[in-house]
Design a protein around this ligand. Structure first.
Ligand SMILES: C[S@@+](CC[C@H](N)C(=O)[O-])C[C@H]1O[C@@H](n2cnc3c(N)ncnc32)[C@H](O)[C@@H]1O
Length: 288
């Protein structure tokens, strides 16, 4: 639906402004903005127009062209950051019931996990609580890389301060061990020993990735939905490169790798493992 330049709107947005915004968002983040998201785009970016004291979206598009510094605010405003502790609990059950016992047999005592669209950090801290509970950080080499495109959410993630309600459903044992009173009433804070396991960094899934892996587990949940097939194919191919042959990939509840990648095999609810290398070779017709 097209927003008309009407007096009812605080900021006029012409169709060509929306086209500009749509193309820029796609180019810079891979996020696809169909017409039905025009209202959402309007309301999220209106905050930027207000902050910059602009009168209409044409001026805002001009600002984006002239001032490279505005791009990060633009991207931060457009991302959807909804998340929660132990969201999609079946992944954490699988981690605790299946992966923890396997990993406990490891001689190298080294684990690498990547939360690849970590938003405000709840996913990474949930992983950290499970790992720290079963693998004492003093005798295990544990690292969780937590990345996101949006710099605002990363600031919140690094602070590790949340409302009490956000953690209301966490098991008491985890709360007692890893959570402390926060700086203000109604707030709580993750303890330093947990924070030390996580490295929060900005990373655009669309861009170059500086890491070499291999990761034992990659979480890429509730971000693929914003991308088109071509972007998903590219990202999933790179995940395969960085994932250990016996590693796991968790994706979001409404996401699938069907028609996106034959490198992975579905082994549980939105849980994937790399196909056995020989099977992939056979499918490609490459000799042994
Ligand atoms: C809905 S949140 C998902 C958070 C968490 N993974 C979960 O499932 O609860 C999606 C996150 O993807 C991030 N994102 C969007 N495009 C991205 C990109 N190109 N590269 C990295 N992160 C991106 C957004 O900033 C947002 O924080």
């Amino acid at each position: 639906m097209q927003l008309e330049q009407s007096n009812e709107k605080e900021f006029p947005m012409a169709q060509q402004d929306f086209e500009f915004i749509r193309q820029l968002a796609y180019r810079e983040s891979g996020i696809v903005l169909p017409d039905r998201k025009q209202h959402m785009v309007y309301s999220r970016l209106s905050r930027r127009l207000r902050a910059l004291k602009l009168n209409n979206f044409h001026q805002y598009c001009q600002r984006l062209e002239d001032d490279g510094g505005e791009l990060i605010n633009f991207i931060n405003a457009l991302t959807t950051n909804l998340t929660s502790f132990f969201r999609e609990a079946h992944h954490f059950d699988y981690l605790e019931r299946h992966l923890v016992p396997q990993w406990q047999q490891r001689r190298d005592r080294r684990l690498r996990v990547w939360s690849s669209a970590c938003s405000t950090g709840e996913e990474a801290y949930s992983i950290a609580m499970i790992l720290a509970k079963h693998f004492p950080p003093a005798s295990w080499d544990l690292k969780i890389l937590a990345t996101d495109l949006d710099t605002n959410v990363l600031d919140k993630a690094r602070a590790g301060i949340y409302s009490q309600e956000a953690m209301a459903n966490l098991p008491k044992a985890l709360l007692n061990q890893y959570v402390e009173p926060g700086p203000h009433p109604g707030e709580v804070m993750l303890c330093d020993s947990l924070k030390r396991l996580i490295h929060f960094k900005q990373l655009n899934l669309l861009g170059e990735w500086p890491m070499h892996g291999p990761f034992d587990l990659i979480f890429c949940r509730n971000v693929l939905i914003y991308f088109d097939a071509q972007t998903k194919v590219k990202i999933i191919r790179q995940f395969r490169r960085l994932l250990a042959d016996d590693g796991h990939l968790f994706i979001g509840h409404s996401e699938t790798l069907h028609n996106i990648s034959s490198d992975f095999k579905l082994i549980g609810q939105t849980i994937y493992q790399p196909q056995h290398a020989a099977l992939v070779r056979q499918r490609l017709g490459v000799g042994a």
